[in-house]
Structures are given as C-alpha cells and as structure tokens.
Design a protein around this ligand. Sequence first.
Ligand SMILES: [Zn+2]
Length: 471
Amino acid sequence: MRVYNSLTRKKETLTPLEPDHFKIYVCGPTVYDYFHIGNARPFVVYDTLRRYLLWLGNKVTYVQNFTDIDDKVITRAHTEGITIKELADRMIEEYFHDADALNIMRATIHPRATESLNDIIGLIEILVEKGFAYQAVDGLYFSIDAFPSYGKLSGHNLEDLIAGASERVVESLGKRNPLDFALWKFKKEGEPFWASPWGDGRPGWHIECSAMSLANLGQTIDIHCGGVDLTFPHHENEIAQSEAATGKPFVRYWMHNGFVNINYEKMSKSKDNFFTVRDLASLYPYHILRFFILQAHYRMPINFSDDLLDAAVTSWQRITSCVEHLAFVAGAGEQLSANPQADSDLEKEITTCRYNWQEAMDDDLNTADAIASIFDLVRAANTAAAAEGISDDILLKARETIIELCEILGLEPAKIEEQAIPNEIFTLVNARSQAKEARDFTTADALRDEIEAKGYRVEDTPQGARILPIE
Ligand SMILES: [Zn+2]
C-alpha cells in the first residue's frame, strides 16, 4: 500500500517499523460539545485505514486522545456551572454515542489529557533540561530557535509568520520568538490547575498530544493522522517537542485529510453552518454520513449539502437493494436450465471488482474508487440476476463480495431493516419504553401516536420493542 506522506510531500510505500504492526495516533476531539462534522471526517477516514490494515493481516495499535483541558472546555463548564470533569465525562459519552453509530471502532487506547499529567510534566522537564524550554511571564515556552528544523512539516516561511506577530504582546510576555508556543500555562483566577515543578497551572494543547503519543506508542510511531488544518501549528509543534526531547524521528508517515465545507461554504460558527454530527444525524442516518465521507478521496475537500447527501441516500440504496435482490433471486427456487456463460461472466466481474477495489485502497486509501468498483459489480450482478439459468451460487458469491468489500469500509449493506429506521424514531421508541417502565401509560400512548404519525409502528416483544415501517 502507498500513502501520501505530508512530511515528504509524496506517495510512499507504507511499511511499519515493527513487522506487521502499525502504531497510529489520531488527534482526538476537544470534549466541550458534541463533535462536529469537520471532526467526523478524520475519525471515519482513519478508522477505515485501520480496518483496511487489519484486513491485510496487520496488528494495529490505535491511539486517539480526548482533549479535556482547553479554553473551550473551561469556558463551557463555567457557563454550565459544572466541573470540567463532569463536562468531559458527559461529552466523552456523547462522543461514543455518535462514533459507535458511525461504526468507528473504539481506539486501542483513548488517553485523556487530565489523566496524562505525569507524562506531560515529565516531557516538559526533559525539554527544560535540554535547553528547549524557558520560562516567560505567563508560563513555560518552547524555543523554536533551539530546534532548527522547525517548519519542516508545514513548509511555512517562518520570517513571514514572525513579521505578522504582534511585537507588543511578545515583549510583554517575555517570549524570545513570536512563534514560541506555550508548554505550561500558569494558573489563572477561576481556572482548574495542577501542580508542577514550575508552579501551578495547566498544559498547552500541543504538549498533550506529544506526551500521549510518546507514552502510549513509543518514541517513533508509524502514522500520525489528522485534518489538514492541524498541520500548522499543532503538528509542527508536536514534531518539535517530541524530537527535541527524544532525538529520534517522531512520526514516519503524516496523513492529513482535506477540508470540510457545508453547503459550499467553509464551516464557521459565525456563518451559522457549524453542524455537529448529532445535528446531521437527525436528517440523515449515520451510515449515510459514513458512506458520504468515504465517497470522496480523503485528501480532497468534501462538501456536505442536502443535494449531495440526498444523492448518497439514493446511491446507497442501489447497493442495499442489490444485496436484497440477489438473496431473493437465489432463494426463488429450482433453475430449469444451466447458463455457464452467464455464470462465468459474473465470476469475471467478481474478480475484476476485487482487483480494482484493492488497487484503489492500496493507492493512498482511495475509497472513492474502491466504492466505484463495488458499483461496477452491483450493475453487473443486477443484470446477471435477470439472466435465465444463472446459478444461485454465483449470485450469492457476488452478494457476499459486495457485502465483504463494504464491511471492510465499515459499511453494512446487509443490515437493511435497522438502517432504514431514522434515529429520531429510535429516540421516540426508547422514550416510550422508559415511560412504560415507569407505568406512565398516558405518555407512552402519546409517544406511540407520534411514532405512528411518522410512519412506524412499535411491537412489544419479549426481546424488547420492535420497530416496523407502516406499509
Ligand atoms: Zn494532536
């Protein structure tokens, strides 16, 4: 498999340092709110990379952190009148709700910054000892002048960036270079803090990821992933801190996914187009969101808009109805005559599909082309299913191939019934079950009416509520 390495700016053959064992770090969410659609993309894409590497027979150790100390977390917790731990615990639970629904596998380890303080402080101590860190007015800073290769990942012109920084702020803080960044921020009134050799305070964001990667995966990891917007300064700073401390290469392959736009515009809080996954999941089922993300090549920009998502719904239905149809035709009874030509034609299509699918995946995780190859087989299988005398075995083999290749992408076309039911209905059905349990039959009946008005009926079975569409 070859992947585009943002560090070397070219496609390279992907080989792990330790045979058949990939160590991957993905920058995780800041847990102050539901995660937004810009985060969903990297989580889905790199989960797919992980699934593919596993399918190829590798072991994968996958670390994705939770940033639970951050200005946003502190501000939100303060607004809600709860502790940052209470907020983070709740949002981590909500993260798993959405991530599980998107069929994102849980990481091998999900470290939290607040639980990694010893690693973080230990790393800063090494940087201080080695002369890469210094104390300024409001905290400890990393000195980029002490690390000559600073800028190698992003390729930014440092002079331009320095010229753009505010001299006044830099001088008042006692920073040596405007681009020096905080490793440890001294305690401010009303903020949570931890003890350190330099005084009470909290870590900077960049050092958290370096420390959690080094502590959980070792000095040199295989792949570090994230959105392209994290390249500078976050990933650049992670490299500087980690390599300054260990003297070893930090990451062998850097993978960055492209931007996410909403309705053809850049997502931003001010434009009122800042969607969380939860928002979007009330309009489209989670599996459609995953399918939609994978229909684009991960390095290209992606645009979430109603027309494109509606088209994804239709495309996905072509796969699920083919899977359903093939099972139906194959189960429809005895064949009167044999048709070896039709059998061998479809057999060839299956082989071609597998070959094209894997070639696409091997070429920088091109899920867009991989999905296109599945559609080629869907088309061929639909045609073949209509042929007189085609054998059931070959139809079922085509069906299994479609299902298998989708499943490696984390998509489940055979799970039709459940998937067809919108999340909103599940929420109502759960609320009804709870009302029934509490013997609040008035509410339970009202909820049942509401569910029926939306086109579904609930059947109570010993295994729990069963949801059926009203024909
Ligand atoms: Zn990070």
